[in-house]
Unconditional design. Structure first.
Lengths: 299, 291, 252
């Protein structure tokens, strides 16, 4: 039982990192990305590569993952954020699907469909993290650190610029904000931090394959952010707890066929997303203006 | 000869993509709603056709009619029961997008649960390729797809330039503020847009069922194509969306000349990305509409 | 009513067409420093579009826009804003979910860096600016209220506060005082006059003829995208032809 709880806690903290980092761009900046799972994957595969090929420790392997994720997100964001939001959605969707193909085909690096096994344990300051309890400490430490970083950013002038852009992009332009650069920076930060989750994931399971980094995963992270509460620091964490406990909860219901639990889980959070948007967009998304704004007539 | 074969296949696929993309572009243009559940309409229509025809054994015309009814019903349902409710609360892009996404997830999983997750397809005599020239195989369904696309598109163009509602939709694509000038009820125009936009995916859905086959995730692929085609063609241009779809279908097949089939989505992304970098307004879009 | 000093912003023969509609048709207008110019005209005359062209929000199809003599056509909107051209919007475009203080604060923060340059001194200067702006617009005790929760008049003042705090030299205000009760509106106008005395140049789009009469140093009259007349208030306001256009359109 204890081992089960520790395991769940580690997975929750890893997913919480994904949710918190996605929330940074989705909730605070209003940027829609469906590519988060790919940065998760980049972090995982890169960290694994450096650990297996060069014996890299946790810190350097993770740093490598962050750097690559940052570069890829930069390549995505620079062109796609210059233009309207819908373009970024489309581009992130396309990149996510492309990434899955790359993860599947680039067998020498990613192990293809079979994935990579026998990933060595994370090494931190000479100490090999093999015990699940120790790993939980590591993942919680990472989560905590990331939350602090995001918090600092949100409360800074950069955070204010992001929120201004989210609330009214036209006004942000009119008050001297270089919207494209600000949004790009946010995406790069978000993606680099998401790679940390990937690194943790790889070292924890000692096995990764492309199935964990597909479109469905991006969508699941988005559900965590939406359901838990956007633009709050702890909302995404709550969301990840709820969503990860869902399959466990569902398995207690006797009437559900086990093979369908995955689908039912998705249907539940899909439904939650729809209902929330209809009935409580102002509720979970704490601050959203539910009053209709009065627009003046044409000048 | 391989190249010619790929060209024909590309035209066939492009025709399907063009129709589906036009549906999305029509809805977006007329209602400014980013209907990411458009792929779900496609999936519903495709599976209903397959189920009625291949499983229940219904005559294909009847099955097609059922598919149309289902697609239109879905589109109207989304407009009336989801989007309209949301738009009461300010209807920010965010809320509409997430809700549509949520519906897409539900539909995909429901279909997977009810009909299974494997590949299914409908075999008809139309799918059997006939050797037209040495090394060149064309299935009647290819020619049919292209013909249907052309007919569908010209019918739509007629509708948009002749009928009052149609003209309103076109005007709205150009300038949403004109709705008041036309004195039309935005709700009614939206209903028509969703109905037509969803119905127009049905031919593509049927052809896909007959050729490539279906699985529940086909909706996501269709969505990417529709989005990419709309952007490549230029937001606000239906003609553009059609050409965009055609281009993507051709690109996807011509890429097979050198690449393996699993890279087809990669090709779509590359085309999309090139346009975003070099010509965000697309073929026919207005440059400032891209900002 | 003064004639104004140097030319700050000059639009020369600018034009903008949407579809088949000529929103702005060959308009030439100079905004001179130190005075208040009012743009009047019936609804749909193209006044807001003209503002959009002057701030770089939209590129003109034809014509030139110059700031202090140098062309700014083609510059992105944010760069033009940094030159000192500020703008308010008819629908306010407040940062709805941020507090009053944050709305003002963010406008004083330049640069896309993660943190602001300039260290402590610059930080203090920004903070003082925010305080001064809050005081001048009477929003001091609402500083922690979210913009979306403000009353109508307070929102109008916040829109003004933003442009004030941005340090812009030229203010393009789009119907800034519409719908205000007489009391608020007097303090609004005196605030504007005070700013002009302190060196700000203002161009206002306004419908209310009382305001126009009370505050304008110069008036520009637009109709259907064309500049019909431009000059001192007495001349423009007593022109019967212009009145006919203005009131004729209004009596719908």
């Amino acid at each position: 039982m204890w081992a089960y709880i520790i395991n769940l806690a580690v997975l929750i903290s890893i997913n919480a990192i994904l949710a918190v980092t996605l929330n940074f761009i989705l909730g605070y900046a209003g940027i829609f990305s469906i590519a988060h799972a790919l940065f998760f994957g980049v972090g995982a595969y890169t960290a694994t590569f450096f650990a297996m090929k060069f014996g890299a420790g946790f810190l350097s392997a993770t740093a490598a993952g962050m750097a690559l994720a940052a570069l890829i997100s930069l390549a995505l964001a620079l062109p796609a954020l210059r233009v309207r939001g819908e373009y970024f959605v489309a581009a992130s969707l396309g990149l996510q699907m492309l990434a899955v193909t790359v993860f599947t085909e680039w067998k020498s690096v990613t192990g293809g469909i079979g994935g990579l096994t026998n990933i060595p344990p994370a090494r931190l300051f000479g100490f090999a993290v093999t015990q699940p309890e120790h790993f939980l400490l590591l993942s919680l430490a990472c989560l905590g650190l990331i939350i602090l970083v995001i918090r600092a950013l949100v409360r800074s002038s950069f955070g204010r610029s992001l929120k201004a852009i989210r609330d009214d992009e036209t006004a942000a332009w009119a008050y001297g904000k270089n919207v494209a650069v600000i949004k790009t920076t946010a995406v790069v930060v978000s993606s680099a931090l998401a790679a940390v989750a990937g690194s943790l994931y790889a070292f924890y399971l000692s096995f990764i394959n492309v199935e964990s980094f597909v479109l469905d995963t991006s969508i699941q992270v988005m559900a965590m952010v939406i359901i838990g509460g956007t633009a709050t620091l702890l909302g995404p964490v709550i969301g990840s707890v709820l969503i990860l406990l869902l399959p466990a909860g569902l398995s207690y219901l006797p009437y559900l066929p086990v093979t369908e639990i995955g689908s039912i889980q998705q249907i539940i959070y899909g439904g939650a997303m729809v209902l929330l948007m209809i009935y409580r967009p102002g509720g979970l998304w704490g601050f959203q203006d539910t009053r209709s704004s009065r627009k003046g007539g044409a000048a | 000869m391989l190249l010619l074969q790929l060209l024909i296949n590309g035209l066939q696929l492009g025709a399907i993509y063009a129709l589906t993309a036009v549906g999305f572009s029509l809805i977006f243009g007329a209602t400014k709603i980013f209907h990411v559940a458009h792929g779900a309409a496609f999936t519903i229509a495709a599976y209903l056709f397959w189920w009625s025809n291949a499983v229940l054994g219904l005559n294909w015309l009847l099955a097609a009619a059922l598919a149309v009814v289902a697609a239109v019903a879905f589109g109207l349902f989304m407009e009336r029961c989801v989007y309209r409710l949301i738009q009461r609360h300010e209807g920010a892009f965010f809320t509409v997008f997430i809700a549509a996404f949520g519906v897409q997830i539900i539909v995909q999983n429901l279909i997977g649960t009810v009909f299974g997750r494997g590949f299914v397809s409908v075999t008809t005599p139309l799918s059997h390729s006939v050797q037209v020239l040495p090394g060149l195989f064309v299935a009647p369904v290819a020619a049919l797809a292209i013909v249907v696309a052309v007919i569908g598109f010209s019918a739509l163009t007629n509708y948009l330039s002749r009928t009052h509602t149609g003209m309103a939709m076109r005007a709205l694509s150009e300038n949403p503020d004109l709705i008041r000038v036309f004195g039309l009820d935005p709700g009614r125009v939206a209903q028509y847009a969703f109905a037509i936009g969803s119905a127009i995916v049905v031919p593509g859905a049927i052809f896909t069922a007959m050729t490539a086959g279906l699985n529940p995730a086909v909706g996501a692929h269709v969505m990417l194509i529709s989005l990419a085609a709309t952007i490549v063609g230029g937001i606000g241009s239906l003609r553009g969306a059609a050409y965009g779809g055609l281009l993507l279908g051709l690109a996807e097949n011509l890429a097979l000349w050198r690449l393996d089939p699993q890279w087809s989505e990669a090709v779509t992304f590359v085309v999309l990305f090139l346009f975003i970098i070099f010509r965000p307004a697309g073929f026919f879009g207005r440059p400032h509409a891209a900002k | 009513m003064s004639q104004g000093g140097e030319v700050l912003l000059e639009a020369s023969e600018v034009a903008k067409t949407f579809g088949g509609l000529k929103a702005v048709d060959d308009v030439s207008l100079s905004l001179k420093s130190g005075i208040i110019t009012t743009l009047v005209g019936p609804n749909g005359a193209g006044k807001t579009t003209l503002f959009n062209l002057m701030t770089g929000h939209l590129p003109p199809d034809r014509g030139q826009v110059r700031w202090l003599g140098k062309s700014i056509v083609g510059l992105p909107h944010w760069k033009i804003a940094r030159l000192g051209i500020g703008r308010s919007f008819q629908d306010l475009k407040l940062f709805a979910n941020m507090t009053v203080a944050e709305n003002i604060e963010t406008v004083t923060e330049r640069g896309a860096w993660l943190w602001q340059p300039g260290g402590r001194a610059a930080q203090k200067a920004r903070r003082d600016k925010v305080e001064a702006t809050l005081a001048a617009t009477g929003l001091g005790d609402k500083r922690n209220a979210r913009a979306v929760d403000l009353a109508y008049a307070e929102r109008k003042f916040l829109s003004l506060a933003r442009i004030m705090a941005s340090g812009a030299r030229l203010w393009l205000l789009d119907e800034p005082a519409s719908g205000l009760d007489p009391g608020s509106y007097q303090s609004f106008l005196s605030l504007l006059r005070r700013q002009v005395r302190e060196g700000v140049t203002i161009c206002i789009i306004e419908h209310n003829l009382d305001i126009v009469q009370g505050i304008s140093d110069r008036i520009a009259f637009l109709d259907q995208g064309r500049l019909l007349a431009e000059g001192d208030p007495k001349t423009i306001l007593s022109d019967p032809a212009l009145a006919a256009i203005y009131f004729g359109e209004r009596a719908v």
